[in-house]
Design a protein around this ligand. Structure first.
Ligand code: FHN
Length: 433
């Protein structure tokens, strides 16, 4: 990422070393929590419900009037994130619906004006910081409530046939300059009023896809303001800026399969994933990922040099859904015993052949290699081709029990435990020469 580092230096007077240092905690962390929470949680049928059902702002008002998260206990959220081994958490401060979870002085469409009467963002940052978890803000560039925001193909009031004259007509009087000023003012509030913010997750305007970066968001000016307000902040790539050279920090492959993550190796990236098919709470959603799929996403992210941010969609009463809690508990159980294979790790050097039925992670600081055992060979012997002379000790990570091995020429034969460790994917820790 030298090109990015160099150009960021030009834009923000940041050297490659400074950029690497700025991102170090984040790349070491590897695992975060995404939290999608808003009025859509009240509708409980996807965060795009206003769009999918083409609801007008008037039709959507009932969710504002009824939003009363009486069970909201951010300290409980933070403890659940910490137990699961999540080192950072990113909360939607405003999603596409335009509803602000923070006490913005630029709008009345905010949580403090609902029956909640609370600055939910303030409580989120306080609770998660108290648990030592870094805090991030998601902020939607799209806004389906703001009266000057342009009605486009992603808007609830979109025109199906794309009639440009009809669009011109319904957008008469809508002043995007007013919206841009609102956007800048709110981002400034978020980065000024809540202390040190570690991550800004802007959404959505993918690089070079919407063509909105230059017209609607004034992305480069926005990014400059962001970095002036919070010099250490880490920013995603969804400002429709086309390359690291524009000064964003990481790519955001979304809902991609674990198998496709190999193509991001060598880049700076975080895959964002849901438990189910929805980011916002969706009561009747039935397609949920399994615990194994979620664990595979975490291991596959790290074994390809990236991060995983895993989303929870709290209910309108402010609680994590029982299914999300079950998954978080399963991840917590595995992470308690095996998080050394995650934190500070990345992809293994090519010189380490990947044994069949395993995935590797590698900690370049401690010089330890982790073999994640998706399968344990039936003969109880794991062949490590070409590992002779490369390791000095081997153990099972969860209980630090020694694993003996024998040498066969250039290969090592690792003796597997006879009693299967009580983990979906047990891990071998190799101490390298
Ligand atoms: O439209 C949003 C979606 O609701 C969700 O917030 C995801 C999270 O990455 N981002 C957009 C879709 O790419």
């Amino acid at each position: 990422i030298s090109r990015a580092q160099n150009t960021t230096k030009q834009l923000f007077n940041e050297t490659a070393q400074q950029k690497s240092h700025r991102l170090q905690w984040w790349t070491d962390a590897r695992f975060g929590m995404f939290i999608h929470w808003g009025l859509y949680s009240e509708a409980a049928r996807h965060e795009w419900v206003k769009n999918r059902e083409r609801l007008t702002t008037q039709q959507y008002q009932k969710y504002f009037d009824n939003f009363d998260p009486d069970h909201f206990e951010p300290k409980k959220w933070a403890k659940e994130a910490k137990a699961a081994g999540m080192k950072y958490a990113v909360l939607t401060t405003k999603h596409h619906e335009g509803f602000c979870l923070f006490d913005s002085k630029y709008t009345d469409y905010k949580a403090t004006n609902t029956p909640a009467h609370r600055d939910l963002v303030r409580e989120f940052v306080d609770a998660f910081r108290a648990e030592g978890i870094k805090v991030g803000f998601y902020y939607s560039l799209l806004d389906w409530h703001y009266p000057d925001y342009t009605i486009d193909r992603n808007h609830p009031q979109r025109i199906d046939n794309g009639d440009s004259l009809a669009y011109a007509k319904i957008n008469q009087g809508r002043d995007m300059e007013k919206y841009r000023k609102y956007l800048f003012n709110q981002v400034r509030e978020l980065l000024t009023n809540y202390g040190k913010i570690d991550i800004l997750w802007l959404d959505f305007s993918f690089p070079g896809k919407n063509g909105k970066g230059h017209q609607d968001w004034h992305s480069k000016e926005l990014l400059k303001m962001i970095r002036q307000l919070q010099p250490e902040i880490i920013v995603d790539n969804r400002l429709d800026l086309n390359d690291y050279s524009d000064g964003y920090d990481f790519e955001t492959p979304e809902q991609v399969s674990a198998q496709t993550l190999a193509k991001y190796r060598g880049k700076v990236w975080e895959t964002c994933q849901t438990f189910s098919g929805s980011w916002g709470y969706y009561r009747d959603e039935t397609s949920w990922k399994t615990n194994h799929q979620l664990l595979d996403l975490l291991i596959s992210s790290v074994s390809n040099g990236g991060n995983l941010i895993l989303n929870v969609g709290p209910t309108a009463r402010g609680e994590f859904d029982y299914r999300a809690v079950s998954h978080l508990d399963s991840i917590a159980y595995w992470m308690h015993a095996n998080n050394r294979a995650i934190y500070g790790c990345t992809f293994a050097p090519d010189s380490y052949q990947v044994p069949d039925g395993t995935k590797l992670t590698y900690n370049p600081t401690t010089k330890r290699l982790y073999i994640c055992l998706y399968d344990i060979p039936e003969n109880g012997k794991l062949k490590l081709t070409g590992y002779t002379g490369k390791i000095k000790y081997a153990q099972l990570l969860n209980d630090a029990s020694e694993l003996t091995y024998t040498q066969q020429g250039q290969d090592l034969i690792l003796n597997m435990p006879k009693v299967r460790p009580p983990y979906d994917i047990p891990v071998v820790e190799l101490f390298l020469q």
